[in-house]
Design a protein around this ligand. Structure first.
Ligand code: EPZ
Length: 420
């Protein structure tokens, strides 16, 4: 297994190219199941989760070919409708094939994803919505068995909770349904918006894109023609590198980034004393040497994203004063806290609220990554810790960050990827 060796107290300088968004890529790859043509996707990030989903599609009979600029997915050869446990267990977002496969073939079996490190992560809202559209859902020996022999029917769906992949799944199922489906309490994340925009450009009329009420006018089973498109920039990768600039008091410029997707993150970084120069596709951080403490509550987009909570918790250890960070979406998303405490962070946890008593002198040591975003928090802490930090189990990091150590090396970090 690989690990990262990071030498702390580094200042950084230069430009980082942001990759395509992992959480936009996953639904857009699943969406190709609705296509009758070969679909070309540009700017897919080189991360493990994308490879996992492409492998799943190949296992189902699709043909995925990747060259240096794009990935072409041909689902005309799909001949399987069962997503097996061996793949789904490694990536819960595999559940995103359920809606499109059921819509196209009228039946689908997907292994229950099981919980994950950050929480139980149920899929009850996905399944209830599909039943509402006319599907019959059974749970048998760890699999969701879904059938819709007469196809899916458009209807009114009201989500009890805002669910990102749940919204994506139902939008894709509704794309081939008979009639219109209105989704109320829909997720508004930019990744869901891009899925809707691509479908809308492919002949599936969708109203209310980017709002909490989306109406999808289905094609009644007709497959669609999807023109080539490019994945939007990864706002969480971008936010992570902005935190790298802030925590090391370094001026960094991010390229291929959409500041409009980072409103809540930029505003919290400004509250902490940082300033920014923004153009349509770049963000430059002008950091403060005296970070102010911050209060954060994670909520659905456009509010502060849960996927940036761990990074800000690491950043808060370098602020002068008391920061309060509340995690409202997941029940167990503070596993980075104990590792940060081992580096010298003064953090107390009380239920879903972390209180950081900064500023803390951090010292390098061996730490263990536990989940994707926790891993990036440990990288940030290691950049300012005194001495050397070895971060183990970075397969978590590789799920969602494209070439992280190369991007940080290029702006002056002393970071190496080594073998255990
Ligand atoms: C997506 O996960 C993202 N993953 C997550 O990013 C992100 O943290 C999350 O949205 C919240 O923004 C992808 O897009 C692939 P949810 P998702 O359904 O869709 C509850 C990362 O780091 N819920 O919006 O699985 C659920 O338990 C990952 O890139 C139900 O109760 O999240 C949670 O409390 C981590 N029943 C809340 O809703 C359901 O059927 C939000 O979950 C579905 C969800």
């Amino acid at each position: 297994m690989d690990y990262l060796k990071i030498q702390g107290i580094d200042s950084l300088n230069g430009t980082i190219q942001i990759s395509g968004a992992k959480n936009a890529s996953l639904p857009l790859i699943a969406m190709t199941i609705l296509a009758k043509n070969k679909v070309s996707l540009k700017n897919l990030p080189h991360v493990a989760d994308i490879n996992t989903l492409l492998k799943l599609l190949s296992n189902l009979g699709a043909v995925c070919t990747t060259d240096e600029t794009s990935t072409i997915i041909d689902t005309s050869t799909l001949n399987q409708t069962k997503a097996t446990y061996d793949i789904v267990k490694t990536m819960r977002a595999s559940i995103l094939v359920l809606g499109p496969i059921l819509a196209r073939f009228g039946h689908c079996e997907v292994s229950l994803p099981g919980g994950c490190a950050i929480g139980q992560r149920p899929i009850d809202l996905h399944l209830k919505a599909l039943e509402h559209m006319g599907a019959k859902i059974d749970i048998k020996s760890g699999y969701v068995q879904a059938t819709a022999p007469n196809g899916l029917k458009g209807c009114e769906i009201i989500f009890d909770k805002i669910t990102v992949t749940g919204t994506a799944n139902i939008v894709m199922a509704a794309a081939l349904a008979d009639g219109a489906t209105t989704i109320t309490n829909a997720a508004r994340e930019p990744e869901v918006v891009q899925l809707c925009e691509v479908l809308n450009n492919s002949g599936v009329t969708i109203e209310g894109i980017g709002t909490a009420v989306i109406t999808v006018h289905g094609t009644n089973g007709k497959l669609i023609n999807i023109d080539e498109f490019s994945i939007i920039p990864d706002r969480i990768e971008a936010g992570t590198y902005l935190c790298a600039g802030a925590i090391t008091n370094s001026e960094l410029t991010l390229k291929n980034v959409n500041a409009k997707h980072l409103g809540a993150v930029l505003s919290k970084l400004e509250e902490m004393g940082n300033k920014f120069t923004i153009t349509p596709d770049t963000i430059t951080i002008h950091p403060t040497a005296n970070l102010k403490p911050v209060k954060i509550i994670t909520q659905e987009y456009p509010a502060f994203p849960t996927d940036m909570q761990a990074q800000f918790l690491a950043l808060a250890t370098q602020a002068h004063g008391v920061s309060i960070i509340e995690e409202r979406l997941f029940e167990n998303r503070f596993m980075h806290v104990s590792e940060l405490q081992r580096m010298g962070a003064d953090i107390t946890l009380n239920g879903h609220v972390a209180t950081v008593n900064g500023k803390n002198e951090l010292s390098g040591t061996d730490v263990m990554a536990t989940d994707l975003r926790a891993s990036s928090a440990l990288v940030l802490a290691a950049l300012v810790a005194d001495g050397e930090t070895d971060i183990h189990r970075i397969y978590h990091l590789d799920r969602g960050y494209d070439s992280l150590e190369k991007k940080l090396q290029a702006v002056g970090a002393t970071i190496q990827r080594l073998k255990e």
